[in-house]
Design a protein around this ligand. Structure first.
Ligand code: ATP
Ligand code: MG
Length: 462
C-alpha cells in the first residue's frame, strides 16, 4: 500500500518545517507550501493528497475560501490550523467539512489522533456513500425510516457529519426521532466501538447534574463517599448525547462551555484537569434561538453546539411518510404472525389527516393499539378520532378507578393517560399533572423498567 500524502500549508517557514517533520513521523509523505499560490502549484504537480493541514490566514488569501472552492482537494480531508484566538473560524471550517482543527502550538498527541482519523474517516465516508444510496431507495437510514424529501435531506446531513467530530445540535418536536438521529450519528462514526452516553438534562436534579456530568472526588460533598466518574469520562472515546440541553442550569452551561473549548475537565472537588475525547451531540424540542432570547440557553454555548444543526421535520409536514411509517410499524407487528393484518383504505385516510402532535412516537403507539384491536383489515373505528370530531376519545379522557386500587397504580394510569393525550409531550404532561418534569421522568423510568410503559401507553389510549 502506498504511503498516504500530506500537504502542509502555512506561511511561517519554521513552523511549517517542524510540522512536516512531525507529520512524516506519523508515516505520511509530506509536501509543503507557504501560500495558496504555492499550494495550487503543489496540487497541479499531481498525486492528490489524502490530507491537507491548512493554516487559515495566508498571505494571498483566506484558507477557508480556498477549501470551499478548490476542486483538487475535494477528495482530501482537511485539518485546519489556527492560533488559539481564532477558534471561531475553526468552527466555521468544521461546518464546511473540515475533519478537525489544531491550535498552535501543536500538541503532538492531538496531531497523532487527528492524522490517525484521516484513514478511518476516508473509509467511513466511502462506506457511508454506498450505504446512503442503497438505503435511500428503501426509505431507511440506520434506525430511521421515511422517504419524504425532508427525511432524505436529513439522511444526507447525517452521512456528512457522522464521520467527523463536529458537534451536532438536533432540533425537532417531541417524537420526531431526535434520539434515533443521535444514535445513528454515533453508529456511523469512528466512535461506534466506544459508548454513546445519553444524559437527559431535564431529568437530573440541578444540584446533582454537575457531579453527574463531570464526576466528583471522594469527600467533595456530603454523601460523596467515593470517587465517581462523570458522564464525560464514561463517554471518553465515544459520544455524549446531551438531551433537552436547554434545561441545563445556566451556571453549569458556563462550565460545559469551558470543557468543550479546552477538551479538559476538573471533577467536582478535584484540582487536576483531565483530558477527555468526547464528541457532543445535543438535542432540544424547543426553538434554541427562542431559548437564548428567553435567557435559558447561553448564547455562547448555543454557537458552540450549533456547529452542525439538524432540524427534524414534524410528521404532519411529510404526509407521504405517514403511510410509509404506518406500513412499516404494522409490518413489524405482523412479523411471525399467522394472521397478518392490513390497513383498510379508510384507515389510511384517517391516519393521513391526523395532525400528529406527538409525531412518529404517537403514530407508532396508535398503530400498536390498532393492531391489537383491529380485524384482519384494520378499520378507522380502532383509530383515534380526528381533533374537533367528537368521538369515543372524549369518553376515554375519563378513566374509572375500582375501589381497591393502590394509589401508585392510580398515579401510573393517570400519568400514562395524560402523556398519551398530550401526544407524548412530557413537558406538557408534567404541566397538566402539576408535577416537575424530573418527577415525571423518574416515574416513567420505573414503569419502563417494569415493562409497563408500552402496554400501559397503549391501554391508556383505549
Ligand atoms: N424516522 C423514524 N423512523 C422510525 N421510527 C421513528 C422515527 N422517528 C421516531 N421514531 C419512533 O418514535 C420514537 C420516539 O423517537 P425519539 O425518542 O427519537 O424522539 P425524540 O425526538 O427524541 O422525542 P422527545 O423530544 O419526546 O424526546 C422512537 O422510539 C421510534 O420508535
Ligand atoms: Mg428524545
Amino acid at each position: 500500500m502506498r504511503s498516504p500524502i500530506a500537504l502542509v500549508v502555512d506561511d511561517d517557514a519554521n513552523f511549517r518545517i517542524s510540522l512536516e517533520v512531525l507529520v512524516a513521523r506519523e508515516g505520511f509523505l509530506t509536501r509543503s507550501a507557504g501560500s495558496l499560490a504555492e499550494a495550487r502549484a503543489r496540487l497541479a504537480e499531481g498525486g492528490a493528497p489524502d490530507v491537507v493541514l491548512l493554516d487559515l490566514s495566508l498571505p494571498d488569501g483566506d484558507g477557508l475560501d480556498w477549501i470551499r472552492s478548490e476542486e483538487a482537494i475535494a477528495g482530501a480531508e482537511v485539518i485546519v490550523i489556527t492560533g488559539s484566538s481564532s477558534v471561531e473560524s475553526a468552527v466555521a471550517a468544521l461546518r464546511d467539512g473540515a475533519l478537525d482543527y489544531l491550535t498552535k502550538p501543536i500538541d503532538r498527541a492531538r496531531l497523532g489522533t487527528a492524522l490517525m482519523n484521516v484513514a478511518r474517516t476516508r473509509a467511513l465516508k466511502q462506506e457511508l456513500g454506498t450505504l446512503r444510496d442503497e438505503l435511500r431507495e428503501l426509505g431507511r437510514f440506520g434506525r430511521l425510516v421515511g422517504r419524504s424529501k425532508a427525511m432524505l435531506d436529513v439522511y444526507d446531513l447525517i452521512a456528512r457529519v457522522a464521520p467527523t467530530d463536529a458537534t451536532v445540535l438536533i432540533t425537532g418536536e417531541s417524537g420526531t426521532g431526535k434520539e434515533l438521529v443521535a444514535e445513528t450519528i454515533h453508529e456511523r462514526s469512528r466512535r461506534r466501538d466506544a459508548t454513546l452516553v445519553p444524559i437527559n438534562c431535564g431529568a437530573v436534579s440541578p444540584s446533582l447534574i454537575e457531579s453527574e456530568l463531570f464526576g466528583h472526588e471522594r469527600g467533595s460533598f456530603t454523601g460523596a463517599d467515593r470517587q465517581r466518574k462523570g458522564y464525560f469520562e464514561q463517554a471518553h472515546g465515544g459520544t455524549l448525547f446531551l438531551d433537552e440541553v436547554t434545561e441545563m442550569p445556566l451556571e453549569l452551561q458556563v462550565k460545559l462551555l469551558r470543557v468543550l473549548e479546552t477538551g479538559r475537565l476538573v471533577r467536582v472537588g478535584g484540582t487536576e484537569p483531565l483530558v477527555v475525547d468526547v464528541r457532543i451531540v445535543a438535542a432540544t424540542n424547543r426553538d434554541p434561538q427562542a431559548a437564548v432570547k428567553a435567557g435559558q440557553l447561553r448564547e455562547d454555548l448555543f454557537y458552540r453546539l450549533n456547529v452542525f444543526p439538524i432540524a427534524l421535520p414534524p410528521l404532519r409536514s411529510r404526509a407521504e411518510d405517514i403511510e410509509f411509517l404506518a406500513d412499516h410499524f404494522l409490518a413489524e407487528l405482523n412479523r411471525g404472525s399467522e394472521r397478518p393484518k392490513r390497513w383498510s383504505r379508510a384507515a389510511l385516510d384517517r391516519l393521513r389527516q391526523n395532525p400528529w402532535p406527538g409525531n412518529v412516537r404517537e403514530l407508532r403507539n396508535v398503530v400498536h393499539r390498532a393492531y391489537i384491536l383491529g380485524e384482519a383489515e384494520i378499520e378507522p373505528d380502532v383509530l383515534p378520532p380526528l381533533p374537533g370530531v367528537p368521538g369515543p376519545r372524549e369518553a376515554r379522557s375519563v378513566f374509572e378507578v375500582k375501589v381497591g386500587t393502590s394509589i401508585a397504580e392510580v398515579e401510573k394510569q393517570l400519568i400514562l393517560a395524560t402523556l398519551a393525550q398530550s401526544g407524548g409531550d412530557k413537558r406538557r404532561a408534567a404541566e397538566i399533572l402539576g408535577m416537575s418534569l424530573k418527577t415525571l421522568y423518574t416515574r416513567l423510568n420505573v414503569y419502563q423498567a417494569s415493562g409497563a410503559l408500552d402496554r400501559g401507553a397503549a391501554a391508556s389510549q383505549r
